[in-house]
Design a protein around this ligand. Structure first.
Ligand SMILES: [Mg+2]
Length: 169
């Protein structure tokens, strides 16, 4: 059951985490898609989340992205922040993650994931630590271990990074 407070086994779950995967739309952004007059689209990222990603990396965590959509700005932002791997245009996120885990020699218990929509639910149900945002769909909130105090695109990833600082990876 999702809760704003951390569950009692948070420290135990976070202890096993080696890599953090993030959804993009609704997590790293507020879910808004800006369209220009020529049909070009723009995403808006929050600087606090960038600091959060750097914080997680400096704590020894690998940080990756799994997004259902695909956008050049995501590749650019990931590059700036040392986020790797970056999986975009992914239909089955759990399958994508499992393939990467097999290569990396890690298990689902070693993964924390932050997602907000129905496509994220199978991953949230499977990983060692499932995080979501207050503006997530109900189904994502129901299966997550933790809900950030701030909404997606407004510092949610930073809150997540601070949780690792608080409990330690
Ligand atoms: Mg999303």
């Amino acid at each position: 059951m999702a809760t704003q407070r951390s569950p009692s086994n948070t420290a135990e779950r976070l202890k096993n985490i080696k890599a953090v995967f993030l959804d993009v739309d609704g997590v790293m952004t507020d879910g808004g898609l800006f369209y220009g007059e020529k049909g070009e689209s723009l995403k808006r990222f929050h600087v606090h989340d960038g600091q959060g990603i750097q914080s997680m990396r400096s704590q020894g965590l690998q940080v990756g992205i799994i997004s259902g959509r695909s956008h050049p700005s995501v590749s650019q932002r990931a590059k700036e922040l040392g986020v790797d791997p970056v999986f975009q245009g992914i239909g089955n996120k759990l399958e994508c993650l499992q393939t990467w885990l097999d290569k990396a020699g890690l298990g689902l218990a070693n993964i924390a994931f932050m997602g907000d929509d129905l496509a994220d639910v199978p991953v949230l149900k499977a990983v060692g630590f499932a995080a979501t945002v207050p503006n997530a769909v109900k189904q994502a909130q129901e299966v997550s271990h933790w809900v950030s105090g701030k909404p997606g695109g407004q510092g949610a990833v930073r809150c997540f990074a601070d949780l690792f600082l608080e409990y330690g990876p």
